[in-house]
Write a protein that binds this ligand. Sequence first.
Ligand SMILES: C[S@@+](CC[C@H](N)C(=O)[O-])C[C@H]1O[C@@H](n2cnc3c(N)ncnc32)[C@H](O)[C@@H]1O
Length: 370
Amino acid sequence: MEETQRDHLTWGLLEEEREEEKQKKFDMSKYYFGGDVEMAVVKCAIDLGMADAIANHGRPMTLLELSSALDCDLQNLHRVMRFLVNHGIFKEIIIRNEDTVPTAYYAQTHSSRRLMRTGENSMAAFILMQSSPPAKAAWHCLSACVKGKATSAFEVVHGEDVWKHAEANPAQSQLINEAMACLARVIVSAIIDGCLDMFEGVETLVDVGGGTGTIMRRLVKACPWISKGITFDLPHVVSLAEQCEGIEYVGGDMFEFIPKADAVLLVAVLHDWGDDECIRILKKCRKAIPKDKGKVIIVEVVIGNKEQQKEDNKLNDVGLVLDMAMMALTHKGKERTLDEWAYVLREAGFSRHTVRSIAAIQSVIEAFPA
Ligand SMILES: C[S@@+](CC[C@H](N)C(=O)[O-])C[C@H]1O[C@@H](n2cnc3c(N)ncnc32)[C@H](O)[C@@H]1O
């Protein structure tokens, strides 16, 4: 070991690292109150229906108009709006007329539209699910997971995994389904814009863990050659799905059986599971498709996907955040690197696979048995 390195390890930090340390101390402030405050204020905006009120009004609103529409305390609403404007979630527009005092109006932004309860761009249910007491409680037990003393942080708190807990708690189950539908809308748009060609020649498609069918409904419209789309999920989930022509809903357990089709789609499902479970699910998928021309389409985060990193490092940051969420909420679930994906696919008997980026945090992996 070189002298300077030994000095560094033995005697403390070099000058430039002291500088870095100072910088980090400043950055640490976000962890003192951190994301919890942002999440709570954004949830408050959803609960009160702030974005919906401005949308219904049809034009930006003054504080007085907003407080009367939402039946809120004027001062407290002002403080919350100041926070949200400062975070770029709503916009404040000041109108100055010659003969009147300047008036502030609150206007929508791309971000605030995500807080609306309904609509294609709504992420409200996803935020409500992540900030719901069952999900939040799990984060407090993350250290037990890291120590390897717990099956999952969620199970430490609730005594059962997310899916069993949801089955026993219909309101939480509905929240999860709605949250997944928010994500599904974003992902399916990216799939349709970026790689619809991968469904060419696919006449029957099964979406495993397809929730209440948001993805399949959009895909069968975008690919009229798909004559049968099957949404497969746990029975208590598919029982709530909206019936739609050309779509069959099948309830079951993917560890036991997967309906046969030309191709299997798995969107944000495998990251809920450890490698052994993934391999078991993928083997069932392989059995469900034709050996010669079948394929499994996996839409998942690929940690360290170089192509995406070049475009926007933030995408990779989100992948790492999701990886922490998998640790808190699932037993052995994780976001995987390219090598980790190659491992589970090889073990499940797939001879080759390709990876491509889409305009989402997730990438698309196509895996072929032959
Ligand atoms: C993270 S969600 C993904 C939902 C959907 N693919 C989407 O993007 O909206 C995982 C889904 O897997 C389903 N699931 C969990 N365990 C399952 C099992 N054993 N068999 C079938 N589906 C299961 C859940 O009900 C849930 O809908």
